[in-house]
Design a protein around this ligand. Structure first.
Ligand SMILES: Cc1cc2nc3c(=O)[nH]c(=O)nc-3n(C[C@H](O)[C@H](O)[C@H](O)COP(=O)(O)OP(=O)(O)OC[C@H]3O[C@@H](n4cnc5c(N)ncnc54)[C@H](O)[C@@H]3O)c2cc1C
Length: 449
């Protein structure tokens, strides 16, 4: 018997694989619902996400999962003319993210200095430093301008963290690998793109990788849940684990009652601090490392305006530079790239805030925060009227950061797994935070059990 701890996407991917293999297992989830950070809502004619907005098919595991669930063909792809248009806020203006020569010429983000830094990059000396922050690495190989205008907005959009603290090895391993293997990011990225193209062709991965579903990403959770009815225990918070010879004793609380089960294997997918609490009596060093993983808090606000009251470009959205001093990290123009998510006569936005830059915003009242966001966007989006829809979700322990010193986390996890080969550790604080990473990691563990 196998126990899966947690019911987020990592757990569900593992559970789906175990079900396919006909293995006996139980999944214990503390909440009354599955999905973890993936939670979609439908309200007042809008469809929106409290957690991830989109999933990217950049590995075969994600594609296979969708195919198994008959969901591959019901993906909703973003509007072509919107998805490749992205903006960065610089000096209060929306500057096009230069992903083509034409946009580069028209964007204030792309300067002669930018071009020069790119041309010089292949000649920058390779560093022998074992560890370096993403910011230090970017300044050394490229320039401060590229860090401020491109890299920081981009990684803040994913991690909501601080590039000065993030480990380049673990946050953007492909650029560090490029330096290590090819002596240059540019040369390495050319190789990397070729490999990705080959992988795309080999596994027939779609060209447009981003998707959602008609009723949001929750459809994925519902489809997996349907197959697993007998295996799932909801409202089941795992409270302790005892290590008893070849078995594990798990105590969990459900309906105010303590229940115990014995299993041969455990797949843990719960967040780092929750796992730390369960293993601290057995492995103090691992628990210490897990408690030390920094999770940033983040908030997600949805606002909708009548179309006449706001000027939204055909675009995916807008990321802010750290220097802009605006209260948001990024804004997604959902009604532009996924029109089905909005009422026809309105524009729906997702505003992401908090993170390492704006922790204090999570303490603000709904009215205060709404006012602050509208004031900061008023000029760039030419907002005239009041929103016709508002929703807010704050995540206290939102996104794990792979910061300097993360090597030690890996070492402690590996030591623990060597000592306890039937206890598997997964979840977004280990081997990638994206939904597609979580799907791949959950599947890999279940396949190799
Ligand atoms: C606001 C936000 C936006 C994001 N945007 C994107 C995006 O656009 N694209 C993308 O790819 N990724 C995005 N991510 C990241 C991605 O959503 C997460 O990394 C991923 O969903 C995490 O899945 P998980 O299964 O590892 O963990 P979780 O989803 O956190 O699930 C862990 C589960 O464990 C349960 N649990 C905890 N303790 C116990 C216990 N003791 N016993 C039993 N159960 C327990 C919890 O209740 C939870 O359900 C975003 C994340 C956030 C927060």
């Amino acid at each position: 018997m196998i126990a899966i701890l947690g019911g987020g996407i990592t757990a569900l991917s593992a559970a789906h694989e175990l079900k396919k293999q006909g293995k006996k297992f139980i999944l214990l989830e503390a909440n009354s619902f599955l999905g973890g950070k993936i939670q979609s809502r439908q309200m007042e004619g809008y469809t929106f996400e409290l957690g991830p907005n989109t999933v990217v098919i950049n590995n075969r595991e994600t594609k296979e999962l969708l195919e198994d669930l008959n969901l591959y063909t019901s993906r909703i792809l973003p509007e072509e003319n919107a998805i490749n248009n992205r903006f960065v806020l610089k000096h209060g203006k929306m500057e096009p993210f230069p992903n083509s020569l034409k946009k580069a010429i028209n964007s204030k983000l792309f300067q002669w200095g930018t071009l020069l830094s790119i041309l010089k990059e292949p000649f920058v000396k390779v560093s022998s430093q074992k560890e370096e922050s993403l910011a230090a690495f970017s300044r050394r190989r490229l320039s401060k301008q590229i860090l401020d205008d491109f890299i920081t907005p981009f990684v803040t959009g994913i991690y909501a963290g601080d590039p000065e603290k993030m480990s380049v090895n673990h946050t953007m391993s492909m650029i560090k690998d490029a330096e290590r293997k090819h002596g240059s990011i540019i040369k390495g990225m050319v190789k990397f793109m070729k490999e990705k193209k080959q992988e795309r062709e080999e596994f027939d991965l779609p060209k447009q990788k981003i998707f959602t579903f008609q009723n949001g990403l929750q459809e994925l959770i519902v489809a997996i849940e349907k197959q697993l009815n007998n295996n799932i225990q909801l409202n089941a918070r795992v409270k302790s684990i005892s290590f008893e010879g070849n078995k594990y004793g798990i105590v969990y609380e459900q309906d105010n009652e303590e229940k115990a089960i014995y299993v041969d294997k455990i797949i843990s997918t719960i967040p780092a601090k929750n796992l730390a609490e369960l293993v601290q009596s057995k492995d103090v060093a691992l628990a210490k490392s897990l408690f030390a993983i920094h999770y940033v808090s983040a908030g997600v606000m949805h606002l909708a305006f009548d179309k006449k009251d706001i000027d939204i470009h055909d675009s995916f959205g807008l990321l802010s530079r750290k220097e802009e001093k605006v209260p948001f990290l990024g804004v997604l123009f959902n009604s532009s790239f996924f029109p089905h998510q909005s009422k026809k006569d309105s524009h729906l936005l997702t505003i992401i805030y908090g993170g390492e830059r704006g922790k204090e915003l999570l303490n603000k009242s709904d009215a205060e925060l709404q006012e602050l966001m509208i004031a900061s966007l008023k000029e760039v989006l030419k907002i005239k009227g009041k929103p016709n829809f508002f929703h807010r979700k704050d995540w206290g322990y939102a996104i794990p950061q792979y910061e300097l010193g993360y090597d030690e986390v890996i070492e402690k996890i590996e030591n623990f797994q060597n000592a306890h080969p039937n206890f598997y550790i997964a979840g977004n604080f280990y081997k990638g935070i994206s939904v597609s990473d979580c799907i791949a990691n959950g599947k890999a563990i279940a396949t190799n059990l």
